[in-house]
Design a binder for this molecule. Structure first.
Ligand code: DON
Length: 283
């Protein structure tokens, strides 16, 4: 694990063309971080749960490499606790394209943390609490603050509403497969991604994913904005127009995208920097 993680971090640097001290510096900084994670996470897997996939992902190596300075050593003390590896407590989204061009956008949910908190027999399958996606009355809100009407009241044989929005966007340039968890904010996130895709002639998945998010869901009557995403000029302007602007506690979403460029046939994949996951293309 430590070897692979250190190599992953080092894959960002041009070691072949670096001077000896520069090369040693990068190697030492990668090892410093790899060994820190060894101390923090590794042990007998019969006793501890090791977030293996996450630790070996490119996204995690990017996070770890972000604190490496070109010329200065990072004192080990200054690294602090290793970056928290989030196990994820969300709905999950996969975006997939195979070599024949078949596509899947799949969002899967048990709704809230631990779903119904009930496992079906010995199957290990945790049952969902998607009943929360119904309106229990015309005045109550669900876990995501959504209200509903008669149309979404619980009834025999009825399926609840869902905000899950697995999406294909297709135009002359190519095909974008996308989706995200996020409860009621899924719809606005996917909408913003589609608008971003449509308004940039050059498709840049990282740019689409990194764009700051905002959300309005009728009630509560306010625009929720991601912290740090917008200038005070823009927020003041919205307030002058009569919007109530509220900063969210933290950023939201975990969008996964695959893009097939129709002109070159090239496939690229990317994962939301806010969440867990990674985007990869194999040919
Ligand atoms: O279908 C829905 O709208 C909800 N059950 C989705 C829940 C969800 O995305 C939770 N994850 N963050």
């Amino acid at each position: 694990m430590t070897l692979a993680e250190s190599l992953n971090i080092l894959s960002r640097y041009d070691l072949d063309h670096a001077g000896e001290a520069q090369r040693m510096h990068w190697v030492a900084e990668a090892l410093r971080r790899g060994y820190q994670d060894r101390a923090r996470y590794l042990g007998d897997p019969d006793f501890v749960s090791i977030p293996m996939q996450r630790l070996l992902s490119r996204a995690y190596a990017d996070q770890r490499a972000a604190s490496i300075q070109r010329d200065n050593a990072t004192p080990s003390d200054a690294l602090g606790d290793p970056i928290e590896v989030r196990q994820g407590d969300n709905t999950t989204h996969f975006s997939i394209v195979d070599r024949e061009g078949n596509r899947v956008a799949a969002t899967l949910s048990i709704n809230t943390l631990f779903g119904a908190c009930f496992v079906a027999g010995k199957t290990g399958v945790l049952l969902n609490n998607e009943m929360d996606d119904f309106a229990v009355s015309t005045t109550a809100v669900n876990s995501y603050g959504l209200i509903g009407s008669q149309a979404n009241l619980i009834g025999p044989g009825k399926r609840p509403l869902s905000s899950m929005s697995p999406t294909f966007v297709e135009d002359k340039r190519g095909v974008l497969v996308l989706g995200t968890p996020g409860g009621s904010r899924i719809i606005s996130m996917v909408l913003l991604a589609i608008l971003g895709y449509a308004s940039h002639p050059v498709v840049d998945l990282d740019h689409l994913l990194m764009a700051p998010r905002y959300h309005h869901q009728y009630l509560p009557d306010r625009i929720e904005v991601e912290p740090g995403g917008f200038t005070s000029d823009v927020l003041d302007d919205l307030q002058l127009r009569g919007h109530i602007v509220q900063f969210a506690q933290r950023k939201w979403g975990n969008m996964q995208m695959v893009w097939v460029d129709k002109s070159t046939g090239e496939v690229t994949a990317a994962s939301d920097p806010r969440g867990q996951g990674s985007g990869m293309a194999w040919y």
